[in-house]
Write a protein of this length. Structure first.
Length: 364
């Protein structure tokens, strides 16, 4: 069984970690501010997304929505457009809802206690701890995947970290060790340590400021941790996608069903075959089409799903004016600065068509 306490005084553990932590080594725009709103934005963006990817999005987002009031008052469409390419769009929708709650229920100020901040849509235990510790210097743990990995190795934890008992235990350990004077730096240092030193494969134990406290390192088997209960099997989704064009514009629909594409603009698609897709387009737009054989397949992988999208041409309208469309449908020209938010999966389709112009023209 792992020891239940770090075999060193708490002050020594914190001193070792914080002496190592140098935020300027990895400059990030959200480390240059104490604004709770901007810290909140950054933490939501960083969920399941790499730092280098987030940096330009963060800058553009806070320029367009500089305050929580500006975000709350904005329609959802521009918010989704500024999120375009980051994926996991439920984060953007919750951020928008959360801003409205902050304005309506908390006078435009993020709450400074855990119970209240957890009432805001999209803010879970990790984000609450990050905002409270970094923006308000409150001794609240912020436990992400990096921190789970670091502590599973520190204590040689045999319980699977993707199960609740291990997560509760690690939160208790972090809470017992967190530096009350510099809780924000403490949490960021742990996350930085996991991201740069205590990595999933080939951890750099020789560079780790906590190696003298680490049971896994002392046993010589840090890569044996963390333990997991098992991976979720990836589900394969075979989808049919319709390509209908008018003068370089493609027919898109705004997804209204619940799911990963809700509120986003996508090419018409179906998991039920071509006839169902043709019937959907006819019923909703009045446009009759006969979809041809697939001219190629584009794949896109999400966390637990892999989409295999077969592309079916349906013809190109030659009329001088674009066929009229009902609300929720639009003609979209790829590469232009349109206000429509298109998910990465369907942006990949447009890139595929750009890369295969002759194939595209043969079928249209």
């Amino acid at each position: 069984m792992p020891a239940k306490t770090i075999s060193a005084p708490k002050t020594d553990f914190c001193a070792s970690l914080l002496a190592w932590f140098q935020p300027e080594l990895r400059q990030m725009p959200w480390r240059e501010t104490s604004d709770p709103y901007q810290i909140w934005i950054s933490e939501i963006m960083l969920q399941q997304t790499q730092v280098q990817t987030v940096k330009p999005y963060f800058k553009k987002f806070v320029e367009r929505f500089p305050t929580v009031q500006a975000l709350a008052e904005s329609p959802l469409e521009p918010v989704l457009k500024h999120w375009e390419g980051l994926g996991y769009y439920s984060r953007a929708r919750n951020l928008h809802k959360g801003a409205q709650v902050v304005v309506s229920d908390f006078a435009g100020q993020l709450p400074q206690n855990r119970a209240e901040i957890l009432k805001i849509p999209g803010i879970g235990p990790y984000t609450a701890g990050a905002v409270l510790s970094i923006a308000f210097q409150l001794p609240e743990p912020a436990i992400d995947g990096n921190v789970l990995r670091v502590f599973s190795r520190l204590y040689a934890l045999t319980d699977p970290i993707d199960k609740k008992p291990a997560q509760i235990q690690i939160e208790a350990w972090v809470r017992a060790l967190i530096d009350p004077q510099r809780p924000g730096d403490f949490n960021q240092a742990l996350m930085e340590l996991g991201a740069t030193v205590c990595s999933p494969g080939k951890p750099k134990c020789g560079e780790c400021p906590l190696r003298v406290y680490c049971q896994a390192a002392q046993a010589g088997n840090p890569e044996a941790y963390p333990r997991k209960a098992g991976k979720t099997q990836v589900k394969i989704l075979n989808l049919q996608v319709a390509l209908l064009a008018w003068q370089g514009h493609y027919l898109l629909k705004q997804e209204k069903e619940s799911g990963i594409f809700r509120d986003l603009w996508v090419l018409p698609w179906s998991a039920d075959g071509l006839e169902a897709l043709e019937a959907q387009i006819l019923a909703e737009t009045g446009l009759k089409t006969e979809l041809g054989d697939s001219l190629g397949q584009v794949e896109h992988t999400l966390t637990h799903r892999q989409m295999k999208m077969a592309l079916h041409p349906g013809g190109e309208y030659q009329a001088p004016q674009a066929p009229l469309l009902p609300v929720g449908w639009a003609w979209y020209q790829p590469g232009k600065d349109a206000p429509l938010a298109v998910p990465v999966a369907h942006q990949k389709i447009f890139k595929f068509l750009d890369a295969h112009p002759l194939l595209h023209l043969m079928h249209f």
